[in-house]
Design a protein. Structure first.
Length: 223
């Protein structure tokens, strides 16, 4: 189609044709790509991969738990500060796209691991340096998205997860899909993810439906 457009545009510019009929051609709509998702068992293996006896991996464990519990974007996760979290209330204050603020519940498991990390991991990482960053790097600075992506890939290898299933937002996708699989309302998932448009969230219903179809094929005697 692009070749046809260029051909007629050339004819029009050279005044060989008085018009450009390719301007009336509509571009074909490409199918929307479904997010790569992990099963609940795969997520569990990923969450169990860090060696929590080590301060650095205790930080990573807390980050993975928070990511799966909240569905944050990686950029939102690494940008969290100490003032953004309330362990007593079990919520995070998140500044998302368009500088929009939302409150996201953490859940008991994530709260527990963040508490452990704050007591045993974060002081070691900061080594006396004053910082408001919730999950600092080994240099006591804000971690980059790329660094955390490398950490996810490292733990995925340990968990035996195919790298083709991975993306930086793999736990965000799993969060949304698993909520819908367990009956969560689409608009609630939209609010938790910080989507301004419901249609952005609706793609996860297709992922959940596809997962159900696969399970049906695997387990139904007449599938």
């Amino acid at each position: 189609l692009s070749a046809v457009r260029r051909f007629f545009q050339h004819l029009y510019r050279e005044k060989i044709r008085p018009d450009d009929p390719s301007a009336l051609l509509a571009s074909p709509k490409l199918p929307q790509r479904l997010p790569k998702d992990l099963s609940e068992a795969q997520v569990e293996r990923l969450l169990q991969a860090p060696l929590v006896e080590q301060p650095l991996e205790l930080r990573d464990k807390a980050m993975l738990e928070v990511l799966y519990a909240t569905g944050l974007r990686v950029s939102e996760l690494v940008g969290l500060t100490m003032s953004d979290i309330s362990l007593r209330q079990g919520v995070l204050r998140v500044i998302g796209k368009g500088n929009k603020e939302r409150l996201v519940p953490l859940g008991e498991e994530a709260v527990m691991w963040v508490e452990n990390y704050l007591e045993y991991g974060r002081p070691w990482l900061l080594n006396g340096v004053a910082s408001d960053v919730l999950f600092p790097s080994q240099r006591a600075q804000q971690m980059t998205r790329q660094t955390f992506w490398h950490r996810i890939k490292h733990y995925a290898v340990l968990a035996g997860i195919d790298s083709a299933k991975l993306s930086p937002h793999v736990l965000r996708h799993a969060f949304a899909t698993h909520l819908l699989n367990h009956g969560a309302d689409l608009r609630v998932v939209q609010m938790l993810l910080g989507h301004s448009d419901l249609s952005t969230t609706q793609i996860y219903t297709h992922v959940a439906t596809e997962r159900l179809r696969q399970l049906h094929q695997q387990h139904h005697p007449r599938a």
